[in-house]
Design a protein around this ligand. Structure first.
Ligand SMILES: [Zn+2]
Ligand SMILES: [Zn+2]
Length: 121
């Protein structure tokens, strides 16, 4: 448990109020056993009194070996830059500007490819 300042990630402190590690800053029961695969989340809705906070399950998700914010952290920071949005156009634009266009691509809805079930006779 602990928390970090936006500056430690070179994030804008007016956008990111803090990074909370080891649970959810709002006291929400998280992570639950069912979402251990979710490494982090951002509070980015106006209705949320904790808006501007990023919650991270484990310290391992914070920094790369060269002390840069991880892809996970940048992903969550993009959520703060695009408030009240999930992975829509505003978020995709933010993550692309932060240097991860491939991350935006991953969350872009993909056309469902219909495979023909008809067998050759
Ligand atoms: Zn939280
Ligand atoms: Zn996300």
């Amino acid at each position: 448990m602990g928390w970090y300042r936006a500056r430690e990630f070179e994030f804008d402190p007016r956008v990111c109020r803090g990074v909370h590690v080891g649970g959810c800053v709002a006291g929400r029961r998280w992570p639950r056993p069912s979402d251990w695969d979710v490494e982090a989340h951002a509070h980015n809705t106006d209705a949320d009194p904790w808006s501007g906070w990023i919650c991270v399950a484990s310290e391992r998700s914070l920094f790369t070996a060269s002390r840069r914010p991880t892809r996970v952290m940048v992903h969550e920071y993009a959520h703060l830059l695009a408030p009240n949005s999930r992975h829509g156009a505003a978020w995709q634009e933010a993550i692309t500007e932060l240097g991860y266009p491939s991350e935006a691509e991953w969350h872009r809805p993909r056309p469902v490819r219909r495979t023909s079930r008809r067998r050759a006779a």
